[in-house]
Design a protein. Structure first.
Length: 398
């Protein structure tokens, strides 16, 4: 059986996502398994909707099985995000192909670029470029240009190609049996205006943040829009960091300068800038602007602040997950689950069963449950933020 795995956020699930799933079906894919971010996403922010709602969107709109990618990977940079997602899909034992969208539409080209980025020659070249003081992204592009030419380097100018390269690198490093396939991105650019009736997830989020929900609904499949509308009526969407900003600031202000050091990663004193900004500024936005340098992006800084707020572990996590948590599935997805369970894959369907899977599984689940409680503070209606949501949640089965 040809089973495609997708590493995703679906924040929220929009028409472009639905189009990609349709394209995979047309290419002969028989089942689609999603490794989907939990309640916190790669740009260092709270997801617009909670993980159960986004998983429901996905299964109602074409996916068969949705498994949770825990926060330590989902709120990380592109490399760790990709490695965690690939590890999760590989661990299922049923996924044969890793599918993703890209601007170039060629998995072969991106795999070749991944080989370049993993070479010793590239590592030496990029270290030389970093002496210029420019951002890592700019130095990486220049190193690739010198090694492989402008056409290859230009692949790094677009976000989906960038993430696709990291997926290919993760496949190579892990020795995965999965084959990479890519679908050319359709409609709007990553952060651009709508095109051909398709809007990017960032554009839809912007509409919702501006209380333009009716306009945003037009860029979602009907079943996805129904889930969003329900969550908005219940006071659980859109989740915004601003709703719990004082909680975030309180956490950051209790930290000493050296407490930020483990979240730096660059070894260039960024943690000192962040600490000073926390002491001097009154909002998260002001802290980000004050700490920003040409070398570090806002997304990098947001991830740093979010990691500090959530007390995320700073060491590289193991690439073997102690459990795969089921969020949602349809009938075909449940068939895959049975195969996985027969092969002794540690599937978690009931929160109370985490303890049966060992100490590592119990520790991870308890940590994720606490992070969900912190996420719930971002709901519009504070009365929806009662603790223990992860302990009460059950998989959505359609």
């Amino acid at each position: 059986m040809l089973v495609a795995g997708i590493i995703c956020e679906y924040n929220p699930f929009h028409l472009g996502h639905a189009w990609m799933l349709e394209q995979l079906r047309q290419q002969g894919v028989e089942a689609i398994v999603c490794a989907m971010s939990g309640n916190f996403v790669q740009r260092g922010d709270f997801a617009l909707l909670n993980k159960q709602s986004r998983a429901e969107m996905a299964v109602r709109c074409g996916a068969d099985l949705v498994l949770e990618l825990p926060t330590v990977w989902s709120a990380a940079g592109a490399e760790r995000f990709a490695r965690g997602g690939v590890a999760l899909l590989e661990q299922t034992g049923v996924v044969t192909h890793l599918a993703f969208g890209s601007e170039c539409g060629s998995a072969e080209i991106l795999y070749h670029l991944a080989e370049i980025l993993d070479s010793e020659a590239y590592q030496a070249m990029v270290q030389q470029e970093l002496c210029s003081g420019r951002s890592f992204a700019a130095c990486r592009r220049m190193a690739v240009k010198k090694m492989a030419g402008e056409e290859t380097a230009a692949l790094l100018d677009t976000p989906n190609n960038n993430l696709g390269v990291e997926y290919c690198r993760a496949l190579r490093r892990s020795g995965s049996r999965m084959t990479a396939i890519t679908v050319p991105r359709a409609g709007a650019a990553h952060d651009g205006a709508p095109k051909d009736g398709v809007a990017s997830a960032s554009y839809v989020r912007q509409l919702l943040m501006e209380d333009r929900a009716a306009e945003a609904m037009g860029y979602l499949p009907e079943k996805s829009a129904q889930v969003l509308l329900r969550e908005m009526k219940e006071g659980r969407a859109p989740a915004k960091m601003e709703h719990c900003e004082r909680a975030v600031l309180s956490c950051l202000r209790r930290m000493e300068e050296t407490d930020f050091l483990p979240y730096d990663g660059g070894g260039e004193g960024l943690y000192r800038r962040v600490y000073r900004a926390v002491q001097e500024k009154c909002t998260v936005s002001e802290i980000l602007d004050a700490a920003k340098t040409k070398r570090y992006s806002h997304a990098r800084l947001r991830r740093m602040l979010l990691a500090a707020y959530l007390h995320l572990p700073t060491e590289l996590p193991p690439e073997h997950l102690p459990y795969l948590r089921l969020l949602a599935a349809n009938q075909r997805g449940r068939q895959l689950l049975r195969i996985m369970q027969e092969n002794h894959v540690p599937i978690l369907t009931k929160p109370a069963h985490a303890v049966r899977l060992g100490a590592a599984a119990e520790a991870l689940f308890k940590a994720e449950a606490q992070r969900t409680d912190m996420y719930a503070l971002a709901y519009p209606d504070v009365h929806q933020s009662r603790c223990g949501a992860d302990w009460r949640a059950v998989p959505i089965l359609l």
